[in-house]
Design a protein around this ligand. Sequence first.
Ligand SMILES: Cc1cc2nc3c(=O)[nH]c(=O)nc-3n(C[C@H](O)[C@H](O)[C@H](O)COP(=O)(O)OP(=O)(O)OC[C@H]3O[C@@H](n4cnc5c(N)ncnc54)[C@H](O)[C@@H]3O)c2cc1C
Length: 506
Amino acid sequence: MTGFRDARTLDTATVLEPDLAIIGGGPAGISLALSLAGTKLNILLLESGGENFESQNQKMYAGSIGEQSYIALDAGRLRFLGGGTNHWGGWCRPMDEIDFEARSWMPHSGWPFPRKALEPYFPRAQALVEAGPWIYDQKGDAETASRGSVLPLGKGGLYTSWFQFSKMRGDVLPTQFGKRYKDELTRAANITPLLQANITAIRLSPDARRVERLDVATFESNGGAGKRFTVRPRFVVLAAGGMENARLLLASNDVMKAGVGNQNDLVGRFFADNPIPRDVATLVSFAGPLAPFYGSNQKLDDGAIMRATFAPTAAFCRSAQVAGSLSTIEQPIELDDLGKAAVVTTAIALGVDASNAKAYSLGCGMELTPDPDRRLTLTGEKDSLGLPRLKLEMRIADEEFARYRRTLGEMGRQLLASGTGMLRIDKHSRDDWMKTMDWGHHHVGTTRMHADPKQGVVNADSRVHGLSNLYIAGSSVFPTYGASNPTMNLIALTLRLADHLKKVTA
Ligand SMILES: Cc1cc2nc3c(=O)[nH]c(=O)nc-3n(C[C@H](O)[C@H](O)[C@H](O)COP(=O)(O)OP(=O)(O)OC[C@H]3O[C@@H](n4cnc5c(N)ncnc54)[C@H](O)[C@@H]3O)c2cc1C
């Protein structure tokens, strides 16, 4: 079995018996397969879609949303080879050390291992997303020095941090994993990518100790139901995305009545995303325009693409009990009369020259705190292959905004203390925040990782508690989320899983 195949060409009675079945050909599934290329494992990469968008496949992602508005479930993800990377923004930043820590004031926080455990996998993850040399905070200020100065913030809780970007092909698109890695997958003699293969159930052994088989279904090209066949793998990795991983586990409920891995009612709970409220504050730089890397992506000579952001230090997060946040300059704006007067009077009071002052609107990517009631459940409605659809109960507590206001307050204090500028918070009520709310489309948390089966769906090796041969890859296993974009991080975690699989399958 090698090279790409189309599941619609298989006979209904087919039984495939790979060593490892990977469910999902997004960045997690593709990175996992590639990192096991050339091993003795016979790998089947099962992808629901084909190489391009098809509406019959996409419709299987439709679901409903509770009271709190959120993006339609079939709008924030894509169901074909490459998954979300077919429309991602390419923003990359490694998670911070504090993102892995149990924070006393943040219930349910903490990973079963520190950031150090992922660090060996960052370089390869960075290479897979094609974000150029590893610069970020390590050398960000130095690398961009020729393009302007970092805004002096003075001593305090916020500092200038750095994003990097997946290579912008032709300066238009970041790396799309399906198209970019198709040839590598084809060349790998031990990998068979099977397109148009929808997993409809994960079937357990009667003692609920291992996955026995996977049910697979196809559509006919006219949209009608097609073939049904079976995969009997030794090992399974579920890599179907942050929402679909939970859906497949919950819907596979013939042996474990609450769903696979859901013996402690955790699957689908703790869903999170990074809220991206726009126009949260007005930042004024007294000395004139900020360096260009604050407001737009800058391509360096070595090909790295970088952009500055304001991040809280770990010490400030701990002392002020705030979550992660990455505040970015959105665009230059004209101050209103009140704003102009405030700049003049503040500059006089500080004894600084603000005659060239320039104002900007500030946006942010926030970290949500874990909430068991922010959750995905199954509904009675089914998709065209018979799988129950999802309902998302989104929640965002007022306290999340209050915390981020504390971060903005600290930034304002630092600007004044250093005499470099000032900041006005422009959001005063929950309605204000929600009016300009965007989301990162970062689906995390629904199959959380914890050493204790009562608190997590997977253990520190990403294996589903209680099952010997089922693993989960992707950001659904993140127990705490951070404000960094998840994809480069989830790939690093997937590469760590690949190393583990090499050992346990040997
Ligand atoms: C508009 C947008 C912008 C984004 N921008 C960024 C960004 O700038 N930076 C960042 O880090 N992240 C970004 N993301 C998030 C990023 O896309 C995801 O983190 C990433 O794609 C998740 O990878 P994954 O492989 O876990 O899941 P997915 O990419 O969702 O891949 C899952 C794959 O599984 C397949 N599948 C699903 N169900 C089944 C099934 N039953 N059987 C077989 N196959 C199945 C799907 O077809 C899909 O190919 C963005 C997302 C969106 C929507």
